[in-house]
Design a protein around this ligand. Structure first.
Ligand SMILES: NC(=O)C1=CN([C@@H]2O[C@H](COP(=O)(O)OP(=O)(O)OC[C@H]3O[C@@H](n4cnc5c(N)ncnc54)[C@H](O)[C@@H]3O)[C@@H](O)[C@H]2O)C=CC1
Ligand SMILES: O=C(O)[C@@H]1CCC=N1
Length: 275
């Protein structure tokens, strides 16, 4: 087991870091005693300590000295100052994993004085409930051991795939930002149900379960989404009427464009600041 006996230190216990910590602890693959979290916000640390029973610290340096895997989950603009604090303390036996959007492997490596294995990951917030979608790329000093560590962490909280670093902007545009697109779809489906007379709570539960069920069908049935769609469409029936409206309104093109816009924005942010 790539994680057994290892200490995982998470720097930044916010929306994404907190989701990862909670997902890892509830996966059962990382005992709370093997998890350390540091953050500048004491109230976040108190909450994580109470809810997850993990150890917390305010000093990133102590965490970097103690952890075997250091997971950087601060905002991209804070990464440099954290590396200036902890960079010289990191050792080749450790793995530094960064989830900061747009922060390149070469930027991370250049700001650590000695050669340390670095892995860059783009996860998403459903890691909180064990249904994350993550992709990772290896830095120049990272080898199979580091890939196995990253794969073990991110597959404990969902699905994880290895990609070339150049593809991480596209991953950000699709699955990194994607939960927000899907929440918008769920909200709109529920609004449609309410408009047609359903109580709000019933409409929301049906909308969310429909998205969950359809996603699980795609992931388990080995059939193309178009084939699964065709199985729902009765000739001359209700679904064909609904689908025509979605096609007329350009929903398919809107989703393609959303992934494109987020990918381009990810590239733009990354090039401007982190290359
Ligand atoms: N929110 C999301 O859906 C996703 C976020 N990410 C990446 O995750 C990283 C964190 O994003 P969020 O969790 O959304 O932000 P957030 O603002 O919720 O969390 C950042 C945390 O870092 C803490 N922090 C700030 N300065 C610090 C320092 N010097 N030392 C230790 N902790 C410090 C903050 O107090 C906060 O708790 C970002 O780099 C983002 O690009 C990646 C994928 C998805
Ligand atoms: O919106 C953002 O920039 C970050 C990256 C992926 C999800 N949230």
């Amino acid at each position: 087991m790539p994680l057994s006996g290892l200490k995982i230190g998470l720097i930044g216990g916010g929306a994404m870091g907190g989701a990862l910590a909670a997902g890892l602890v509830s996966s059962g693959r990382v005992p709370p005693a093997a998890m350390l979290v540091s953050d500048v916000a004491p109230e976040r640390l108190r909450r994580l300590e109470q809810e997850l029973k993990v150890r917390t610290l305010q000093d990133n340096r102590l965490l970097a000295q103690e952890a075997d895997i250091v997971l950087l989950a601060v905002k991209p603009d804070v990464v440099l100052s954290v590396l200036q604090q902890i960079g010289s303390l990191l050792r080749p036996s450790q793995t530094l994993i960064s989830i900061a959007a747009g922060v390149t492997l070469s930027f991370l490596e250049q700001n650590i004085p000695q050669p340390v294995p670095v892995v860059r990951v783009m996860p998403n917030t459903p890691c909180l409930v064990g249904e994350g979608a993550s992709a990772y790329a290896l830095g120049r000093n990272a080898g199979p051991r580091d890939a196995a560590r990253a794969a073990a962490i991110f597959s404990a909280v969902g699905r994880a795939v290895q990609v070339r670093e150049e593809l991480l902007d596209s991953v950000t545009g699709l699955s990194g930002s994607g939960p927000a697109y899907v929440y918008l779809l769920i909200e709109a489906l529920a609004d449609g149900g309410v408009r047609m007379g359903l109580p709000r709570d019933v409409a929301l539960a049906l909308a969310a379960q429909t998205v969950l069920g359809a996603a699980r069908m795609v992931l388990t049935q080995g059939a193309h989404p178009a084939e699964l769609k065709d199985r729902v469409v009765t000739p001359g029936g209700t679904t064909a009427a609904g689908l025509l409206v979605l096609e007329e309104q350009g929903v398919r093109a809107a989703l393609i464009r959303a992934v494109e816009a987020a990918t381009l924005r990810s590239r733009e942010l990354s090039r401007a600041k982190f290359t």
